[in-house]
Design a protein around this ligand. Structure first.
Ligand code: TXA
Ligand code: MG
Length: 313
């Protein structure tokens, strides 16, 4: 990410001007790159859905600088505030009732009376949000159902055609999307595992409920996601002929890419989408992936892998 923010500031100003005009911006965050627009501008938001090929019933996350700005758009209860104080800025998204209409347009919320809010940790994202002064919606910058981009080049290859400005924030440190929680009733529900682990959250708010199988409450659970072109085969001990292989840990067959030779789940999360894309580039007959333990960040990694392999839910 270079030495400090100074030499990025001209680009931040360009990005903010583009958002004000209703144009789209490729925005780096610590999780994945986003395709960003002014949350209050329905025409700009419509172009996000169009560029991604995303169904308009799947709502977007509104990005804000922190708790105070989040509370202008969402009604956060005591549990939500505790979570925000612990994990923001960072890879956590809270779904809560809207505080009032307007700040995040109907289209961005897919008409729901709830809104997803997140304060991203990446300094460039924070700089854009501060200078823009209002919420910015940003889904991951991939085309719908594809792996999320974790580098500027991958983001530009996916949806760069639709963006007026693309900011380079370097490779994403987390590499997996934010954890999405519904803080609406009791208990807090896990809508999407992600960069903050279940254990970290449960330590603050107790056992999590599961996502309801109600399309209106967890719309993102309905669609197939994160899939490269080649079919993905899970829990593989090695590649079959023609397959690319993503290993994990030292015990694995070594003729391929290793998500983490030392068996570190953080490193595997950071590498996951990049390695799926690299594997895909060789046009293999399939991509075989070694077993990944399910604890900690492994819950989110396995969630993405199951979806990439076509097992949704
Ligand atoms: O890490 C991230 O969250 C990235 C970066 C760019 O911030 N963004 C991201 O956005 O992953 P997206 O649009 O790809 O995923 C947002 C998820 C979707 O599954 C969507 O259904 C869910 O959040 N979501 C958004 N608003 C919601 C709402 N009101 N109720 C339930 N789920 C919601
Ligand atoms: Mg996405």
């Amino acid at each position: 990410m270079g030495n400090g923010l100074e030499h990025h500031m001209a680009h931040v100003t360009d990005a903010v001007a583009a958002l004000r005009r209703g144009d789209l911006v490729i925005l780096p965050t610590e999780t994945v790159y986003g395709l960003a627009a002014d949350a209050a501008n329905p025409a700009a938001v419509a172009r996000i859905y169009e560029a991604k090929g995303r169904p308009s019933f799947n709502p977007l996350i509104a990005h804000v600088t922190g708790l105070a700005t989040a509370e202008r758009i969402a009604r956060l209860d005591e549990r939500a505030r505790r979570l925000a104080e612990a994990f923001w800025p960072g890879p956590l998204t809270l779904v809560a009732p809207i505080a009032g209409p307007g700040a995040v347009c109907d289209l961005a919320r897919a008409g729901l009376e709830t809104v997803a809010v997140r304060a991203p940790g990446h300094p460039l994202a924070q700089a854009v949000l501060r200078e823009f002064g209002g919420p910015v919606v940003a889904p991951s910058a991939n085309r719908s159902s594809r792996p999320s981009p974790t580098t500027l080049a991958d983001a530009v290859a996916e949806t760069g055609f639709a963006a007026a400005v693309a900011l380079d924030g370097g490779p994403c440190a987390v590499g997996l999307e934010s954890t999405v929680l519904a803080v609406l009733d009791a208990p807090v529900r896990l809508l999407r595992p992600g960069g903050v682990t279940r254990a970290q959250i449960e330590a603050l708010v107790g056992p999590l409920g599961e996502a309801e199988l109600d399309a209106k409450r967890s719309p993102g659970r309905l669609t197939l996601h994160y899939a490269p072109d080649a079919p993905v085969r899970l829990n593989a001990l090695g590649p079959a002929s023609g397959e690319a292989f993503l290993g994990f840990g030292s015990a694995c067959a070594d003729d391929g890419l290793n998500l983490s030779p030392t068996g570190d789940l953080r490193q595997a999360a950071a590498n996951l989408f990049t390695y799926l894309r690299i594997a895909d580039r060789g046009s293999p007959t399939g991509i075989a992936v070694a077993p990944i333990p399910g604890e900690g960040l492994g819950e989110a990694i396995n969630d993405r892998l199951r979806r990439a392999a076509g097992f949704v839910g």
